[in-house]
Design a protein around this ligand. Sequence first.
Ligand SMILES: [Fe+2]
Length: 226
Amino acid sequence: MAGEPRLDPAYDFPEYRSTLLRCPKRPLLRLPEGPTERHGPMFGEHLVRESDADLTAQHDGEPLGERIIVSGRLLDEAGRPIAGQLVEVWQANAAGRYLHRGDQHPAPLDPNFTGAGRCLTDAEGRYRFVSVKPGAYPWGNHPNAWRPAHIHFSVFGRAFTERLVTQMYFPGDPLFAYDPIFQSVSDGARQRMVSSFDLDTTVEQWGLGYRFDVVVGGHLATPMVG
Ligand SMILES: [Fe+2]
């Protein structure tokens, strides 16, 4: 649409087949914003427990897989921290299997891993999760289609209208070149979805650290990928 910034990724990307079913076919309408859209979400901070951020401690035993610590900051378009915001993650287990009836591919479930977590950002916009590295999984989009390992993220900025859903990847994944979801984002913006290995947050004898900052808004925004 004239005057509208180019979407990155576009709503429709034929190689990512399901986008053709869900992309808008007609021009979007801008809805009036009320107080809820401008100042929500409001959720009880007391409902978010510190333990919700540790995906390896939700069951009696520890999940199998490579233990990871994923941390970063939630920032606005000017690089300022966004404090007190809900960050939610969901992911496959180390074998690449989701605990979801829609995922029946022949990889094992892990009785000690659900694959969902959440936390609130601190005063500096920081978040931190403990998890296991998710495995790649097949998804049937095209012959021999495998998703690169990824963690789904949802972040709220300062209002519902800023909510961003994206995927965090791991550096150097050989599946990037074959993945239409990753490739649907332009060259210049793809790397903003890729975490970096971080020795500073790696815990000796325990787990590997990855850093991933999420930017809401502006020309350096983290791409939205559902
Ligand atoms: Fe996924």
